[in-house]
Write a protein that binds this ligand. Structure first.
Ligand code: ADP
Ligand code: MG
Length: 698
C-alpha cells in the first residue's frame, strides 16, 4: 500500500478552499481533476518580480512588489448614471499615492486583507491612470511577512482563458502543502550515479519554483529526476506484469502430429528467413510452460497473417481453439478469405463472426464455438462479447493490436485458461519507445519482404508539376491499374481538410469522368464500404481520400499512391500509406507531392522516403528528427503519454530505469518485502500504475 498522506493528492481540485465549481472546471480542463494533476502541470516560463521602495524607481508596466501603508478604502459610490465605479484602496508608498483597483470588490474581504492605517505587502503590475499610479487587481496583497514569497522569479504556466497565473499559483501553493515527503525509492546505485538529484518532493517543488530560465530546461537535475521517476514507474509496472505472466505458468504446447508440417506444405510459397525465425520464436514460447505474450512487428505485406496461422496450428493440434481478432470488418473478412482454403485443406473448421452478422447466424456460431466445433474463429470486436464463449481457447491473435485497448485484448484471452497471445502491428515503433511502452512483451520482427515483391518506387515531385502527375495517372489507369490520392488531415480543422479533398476530387473527376471516388472520415461505415467496393470492383479507378484509408486494406491492382502535402506527414505515416500499393505482382509507385516553398529540412526528410523501404529504419529516422509526441502515426497508436520525459535528452535514463526496475522486481516481486519495494508503491501510485500491483495481487 502507498502512504496514506499521498491520498490527499488524489482529492478533486474542488476540495481546495476557494475553488468553486467554475474554477474547478477550468482547472480540470487545464490539467485534470485531481490535485496530483495540478502538481504535474509544470511551468513553461519564469518572470521576475522586483522589489521597490519608491515609485521613483518604477515605470509603467513593471511587475513589482513593495510595502505600503494602507490609507483609505473607498467603496463603490453607487451606480449612478449606470457607470460602475470600482472599489479603490488608497495606499502610500514613500510619499507617493497609489490606488489599488478592484472591480466587483467585496469590502469586508478587502478590509480584512488590507486594514486601514497598517502596512501591507502588495504585488502587481504598475499602471498610470489620469496621472495617478494604480494597480488593477494586484497579484497579491497580504501581511509583511509575505514579502519574500513575492520577490524574485515566479513561474508561468500554460493556462486556459478563464484562469490567471495568480489564481493558479495560489492553488498550487495549497497543493504543495498537501504534498508529503516520501521515502526514497531510488536505489543507492542510482543516487550515486546522480549526486545532483534531490528527493522527489524537493524536485517537484523546485520545478514549480524556477529561479531562472535554466531551471526550466528538461535536463536540469530536478526535471531529470522526475523524468527518471516517470520512466522507472512505467518500467516497474511493465516488469511486474511480465514477471507475473511468467509465474502464472501455462500449458506447454508441443507439436503433436504432422499438422504443422502439413500446414507448411499447404502454403504455395517459401517462407522468408524472417518468417522462419519468428515461427521458431513462437514455437519455443508455446513449448515453454508459461504463457506467450509476443508482439510481432512487420510492415504491411510482410506476411504476418500466414505466420499467425502457422503458429496457431500447434495449439490446434493440441486440441485448443484459436481466435483471430481484427479491428475492422473488412480486415476480418480478408483474413477469413485468405485462411479458409488453407484451413479446410488441413481439415480444420474455420468461421467468421462480426457485429454485422444476422442474429440467427451469431447464435449458431456461439453454440458451435462453445461446443468446440469451430477450431479457428476470425472476427471483430464481436469476439469479445459476453455471448461468445469457447470450449477450450488456447491461442489468440490480435491483428493491428494498437487499435484495441488493453482491456479488450485481455477480455478475449480471458475466455480461455493459459491462453497464448500473439499481437501484431504494422506500425514500426522506434526502439526507445518499444522499450518504454512494451517492456512486458517479447517482440519479433519481420523485416524481410516476401520474395518477388518489388520495392515501391518513391519519387518526390513539386506540386507545381501537378498536371504532369495527372497525365501520368491517366496513363496508369488506362492500363487497368488503380490509384490512391491522399490529401492530408490537419487536425485543427477537419472542415478545411474535407474541402481540400473534395476540390481535389472534383478536379480529378474533370480529368477522369465517372472514375473517381471520394472517401473521408465523415462518411458512415456503410458509405465507406460502398465506395471501397466500387474501387475494388474496378468501377472507380482513382480514390481520393483523407488519411482514413483502412489499415491493411488489400486492393491488389492499386499500384500508385499520390500523397499531397507530403511534407506535412510523419515519415512513419508516409511509409504506412505507401504500403497500400504494389501488393500484387506489379510495380508500386508512390508520388510524394510537396509544396514548392517547403523548407530544406522537410525536403531532406522526404528524401529518406526515396532512399529506403524499410519501416524500421524509417521509424528510427523519424524519431531522430522529430522525437516524442510529434510522431504522427504514433499519436494514434495508443502509446502512453509521458509528462516529464524528453525523448531526445532522456534516452540514457530509460536504459538505467530498465535495469533498476529489473533489479527491484527480482528482489521484491510484489513490492512488499523490502523498504525500496514499499517505497516504489508510492511511485507507482503517483504515476497511476498502482492498479497493476493490485491486479497482480488479486
Ligand atoms: P501483413 O499482414 O503483414 O500485412 P499478409 O500476411 O497479409 O501481410 O501478407 C501479404 C501477402 O503476401 C499475402 O498475399 C500473403 O499470402 C503473401 N505472402 C506472405 N508470406 C509470403 C512469402 N514468404 N512469400 C510470398 N508471399 C507471401
Ligand atoms: Mg495484416
Amino acid at each position: 500500500m502507498h502512504e496514506k498522506d499521498l491520498e490527499q493528492l488524489y482529492e478533486p481540485v474542488s476540495s481546495l478552499y476557494g475553488v468553486g465549481p467554475a474554477m474547478a472546471k477550468s482547472l480540470e480542463r487545464l490539467a485534470g481533476s485531481r490535485l496530483l494533476d495540478l502538481l504535474f502541470h509544470i511551468p513553461t516560463g519564469v518572470s521576475f518580480r522586483r522589489e521597490i521602495t519608491s515609485l521613483k524607481e518604477a515605470r509603467v508596466g513593471d511587475i513589482v512588489t513593495f510595502k505600503a501603508r494602507v490609507m483609505k478604502h473607498q467603496s463603490v459610490a453607487g451606480t449612478r448614471g449606470g457607470g460602475r465605479q470600482p472599489y479603490r484602496v488608497y495606499c502610500c508608498l514613500d510619499e507617493n499615492m497609489l490606488s489599488l483597483v478592484f472591480f466587483h470588490g467585496k469590502s469586508t474581504y478587502l478590509k480584512q486583507q488590507l486594514p486601514e492605517n497598517q502596512m501591507a505587502v502588495i504585488s502587481g503590475k504598475l499602471e498610470m491612470y489620469k496621472g495617478q499610479w494604480q494597480i488593477t487587481h494586484p497579484d497579491h496583497v497580504g501581511p509583511l511577512e509575505t514579502l519574500r514569497e513575492w520577490v524574485g522569479y515566479s513561474p508561468s504556466y500554460p493556462l486556459t482563458q478563464t484562469l490567471t497565473q495568480k489564481a493558479l499559483q495560489r492553488i498550487l501553493y495549497a497543493v504543495f502543502r498537501k504534498t508529503p515527503v516520501l521515502p526514497e525509492w531510488l536505489g543507492a546505485q542510482t543516487l550515486k550515479w546522480h549526486p545532483q538529484w534531490a528527493g522527489w518532493k524537493d524536485s517537484i517543488l523546485r520545478v514549480h519554483t524556477p529561479k531562472t530560465e535554466v531551471d526550466l530546461l528538461p535536463n536540469h537535475p530536478f526535471r531529470e529526476r522526475l523524468a527518471y521517476d516517470e520512466l522507472l514507474a512505467n518500467q516497474i509496472a511493465l516488469q511486474l506484469v511480465r514477471a507475473f505472466n511468467r509465474r502464472q505458468g501455462g500449458e506447454a504446447k508441443h507439436a503433436q502430429s504432422d499438422l504443422y508440417e502439413r500446414g507448411l506444405k499447404a502454403i504455395p510459397f517459401e517462407l522468408t528467413g524472417d518468417q522462419k525465425v519468428v515461427l521458431e520464436e513462437i514455437r519455443s514460447d508455446l513449448a515453454a510452460n508459461h504463457c506467450m505474450n509476443r508482439l510481432l512487428q512487420g510492415d504491411v505485406g510482410s506476411g504476418k497473417t500466414i505466420v499467425a496461422f502457422l503458429a496457431a496450428l500447434i495449439p490446434l493440434e493440441n486440441g485448443f481453439q484459436t481466435a483471430i481478432m481484427a479491428p475492422t470488418e473488412i480486415l476480418a473478412r480478408q483474413h477469413y478469405q485468405t485462411l479458409r482454403p488453407f484451413a479446410e485443406s488441413l481439415g480444420l473448421t474455420i468461421e467468421i463472426l462480426t457485429g454485422k452478422d444476422k442474429k440467427s447466424n451469431k447464435t449458431k456460431i456461439y453454440k458451435a464455438s462453445a461446443a468446440g466445433e469451430i477450431q479457428i474463429i476470425i472476427g471483430t470486436h464481436a469476439l469479445i462479447q459476453e455471448e461468445m464463449t469457447f470450449k477450450n481457447l488456447g491461442f489468440v491473435v490480435i491483428d493491428e493490436q494498437h487499435r484495441f485497448g488493453v482491456d479488450q485484448r485481455l477480455r478475449l484471452s480471458q475466455k480461455g485458461v493459459h491462453v497464448d497471445c500473439l499481437s501484431m502491428t504494422a506500425t514500426p515503433i522506434p526502439r526507445t519507445l518499444m522499450l518504454a511502452s512494451y517492456g512486458d512483451l517479447d517482440t519479433s520482427q519481420l523485416r524481410e519482404k516476401p520474395a518477388g515483391r518489388l520495392p515501391i518506387q518513391t519519387s518526390t515531385v513539386s506540386s507545381a508539376r501537378l498536371i504532369e502527375v495527372v497525365e501520368g495517372i491517366k496513363r496508369t489507369v488506362s492500363q487497368g491499374d488503380k490509384v490512391y490520392w491522399v490529401c492530408p488531415l490537419v487536425e485543427e480543422s477537419e472542415k478545411i481538410d474535407l474541402a481540400a479533398a473534395k476540390s481535389r476530387y472534383e478536379f480529378m473527376e474533370q480529368h477522369l469522368p465517372g472514375q473517381v471516388g471520394l472517401i473521408h472520415g465523415k462518411l458512415k461505415p456503410k458509405e465507406k464500404e460502398a465506395v471501397m467496393k466500387l474501387f475494388t470492383q474496378g468501377i472507380l479507378t482513382v480514390l481520393v481520400a483523407t488519411t482514413v484509408i483502412e489499415v491493411g486494406v488489400d486492393v491488389h491492382e492499386a499500384t500508385v499512391m499520390v500523397i499531397e502535402h507530403a511534407e506535412r506527414f510523419g515519415l512513419a505515416q508516409l511509409h504506412q500509406l505507401r504500403g497500400r500499393v504494389g501488393r500484387g505482382t506489379k510495380q508500386g509507385h508512390c508520388i510524394l507531392l510537396y509544396e514548392a516553398e517547403s523548407s530544406e529540412a522537410s525536403l531532406s526528410r522526404l528524401a529518406i522516403m526515396r532512399q529506403t523501404n524499410d519501416g524500421f529504419d524509417i521509424a528510427e529516422e523519424d524519431w531522430k528528427i522529430r522525437g516524442g509526441g510529434e510522431l504522427l502515426g504514433l499519436k494514434q497508436s495508443g502509446l502512453p503519454n509521458f509528462k516529464f520525459v524528453d525523448w531526445h535528452l532522456h534516452q540514457s535514463l530509460l536504459r538505467e530505469a530498465v535495469l533498476e526496475a529489473e533489479r527491484l522486481v527480482e528482489e521484491d516481486p510484489l513490492l512488499d518485502a523490502t523498504p525500496k519495494g514499499r517505497a516504489a508503491q508510492n511511485l507507482l501510485y503517483l504515476f497511476d500504475k498502482e492498479e497493476t500491483v493490485r491486479y497482480l495481487k488479486a
